[in-house]
Write a protein that binds this ligand. Structure first.
Ligand code: GLU
Length: 447
């Protein structure tokens, strides 16, 4: 069986040359679903995995806009619609200069399993553009979003494909994208999630990803007979996900000892709490240096220029910045510091060799597909709110979010147990996410 999985990985590499991030996730997922393929030879016979690693559809398009100096700018936009076996394609849009098909495909592929794990009817997709929102004026952002949607609109729809935000795409961008979609199609419908509360957005969506991560971490610790209360937590990043995570960690009695930005990281032994969290909110998504100003504002905090927080001793590590922010040397430092728990907030923050090293050394890892699924789960609740022409209260949303995260943890742990893998949430999440999609694909024939 290992041989067939290797063949699938080779197919993905050959068909998508020069896209290491996509190869990385395919390798990670396929290796862990090997026991499921062994138990289901019909999956192999029906070419199910070959179909799964090939997006159902992918578009790349030119985005032309004019900057504030009157200069014509050309960017490239993407939408990869990966899998619609269990629902309409769902996943965010990322605007960042390093966006290229390898990034969008890795995110789109991960989204299939993440969305399946939520237990909600959403397929997997992802999009974005190689556009850098940093340093752009508000008017430039609006013109870019309008130009981007002028092509994207024909590929999406509330029952077809429902994008949301990701890095570089927040409430402001979603607003401009929604306005342009509505202008073109002349329909008021839930085609995007992460909208503002005044026009169909869901209360609690902004903090949902971070809150969900902490609920998931709490379940991991509980399973191992521990409590979040009083734990020292090293967190990276300073954007939306970090903000929600820090807020909920404080609420549940943990102490956040680090945050990080492009300039390095902050070690704050008093804890990042109170007005320091409001400061994070101010900085959210600014893309500017944040750690040196933090250290100036709060002199007890120490600033480590150009470094990552993984060298700090902590009870729990929560990377919330971006993909591949934990390398093998970071994993070694964490293990040397007695690390027991890693809960991934960002998408694929750990390289495969670092992940293996951590797990081989007894670290309990909560994989991002499971741990950060609270964001997209709330997006699906937003779709339901829009389709039902209604409004949910924050309490209704938070309650559902917590139940969803507890269930994701339970299903991942059970799937791992079922295949004799013990408490391996990385494999368990992949297996649990895969099982539902595979069943749906089998039922729907060769499409
Ligand atoms: N970009 C987020 C993620 O990585 C949210 C996607 C969504 O809400 O559709 O899951």
């Amino acid at each position: 069986m290992a041989k067939i999985v290797e063949q699938y990985i080779e197919i993905a590499k050959k068909r998508n040359p020069g896209e290491p991030e996509f190869h990385q996730t395919v390798e990670e997922v396929l290796t862990s679903i090997e026991p499921v393929l062994e138990a289901h030879p019909e999956y192999v016979e029906s070419g199910l995995v070959e179909r799964l690693i090939e997006p159902e559809r992918g578009v790349s398009f030119r985005v032309v806009w004019v900057d504030d100096n009157g200069k014509v700018q050309v960017n490239r936009g993407y939408r990869y619609e990966f899998n619609s076996a269990i629902g309409p394609y769902k996943g965010g849009l990322r605007f960042a200069p390093n966006v290229y098909p390898g990034i969008i495909k890795f995110l789109g592929f991960e989204q299939i399993f993440k969305n399946s794990l939520t237990g909600l009817p959403i397929g997997g997709g992802k999009g974005g553009a190689d556009f850098d929102p940093n340093g752009k004026s508000d008017a430039e952002i609006m013109r870019f979003c309008q130009a981007f949607m002028t092509e994207l609109y024909r590929h999406i729809g509330p029952s077809t494909d429902v994008p949301a935000g990701d890095l570089g795409v927040g409430a402001r961008e979603i607003g401009y994208l929604f306005g342009q979609y509505k202008r073109i199609v002349n329909r008021y419908e839930g085609v995007l999630t992460g909208k503002g509360l005044a026009y169909g957005g869901l209360a609690g969506r902004t903090e949902a990803t971070g809150y969900g991560i902490v609920f998931f971490a709490r379940e991991m610790l509980k399973h191992c007979g521990e409590d979040l209360k009083g734990k020292n937590v090293a967190v990276s990043g300073f954007g939306n996900v970090t903000w929600g995570t820090v807020q909920k960690l404080n609420e549940l009695g943990a102490k956040v000892i680090t945050i990080s930005g492009p300039d390095g990281y902050i070690y704050d032994e008093d804890g990042v709490s109170g007005d320091k969290v409001d400061y994070l909110l101010e900085l959210r998504g600014s893309g500017k240096n944040i750690c040196s100003p933090y250290a100036e504002k709060y002199p007890n905090a120490k600033f480590f220029a150009g470094k990552k927080p993984w060298e700090v001793k902590a009870d729990l590590y929560i990377p919330c910045a971006t993909q591949n922010e934990i390398h093998i040397e970071d994993a070694k430092a964490m293990v040397a510091n007695g690390c027991k728990f890693l809960c991934e907030g960002a998408n694929m923050p750990t390289t495969n060799d670092a992940l293996k090293y951590l797990m081989d050394n007894g670290v309990v890892v909560g994989p991002s597909k499971a741990a950060n699924a609270g964001g997209v789960a709330c997006s699906c609740i937003e779709m339901g709110q829009n389709a039902g022409h209604t409004v949910f209260s924050p309490a209704q949303v938070y309650e559902q979010l917590e139940t969803i995260m507890v269930n994701i943890h339970k299903h991942a742990a059970e799937a791992s147990e079922k295949y004799g893998l013990g408490y391996n949430l990385v494999a368990g999440a992949n297996i649990a996410g895969f099982e539902k999609v595979a069943e749906a694909m089998m039922a729907q024939g060769l499409v």
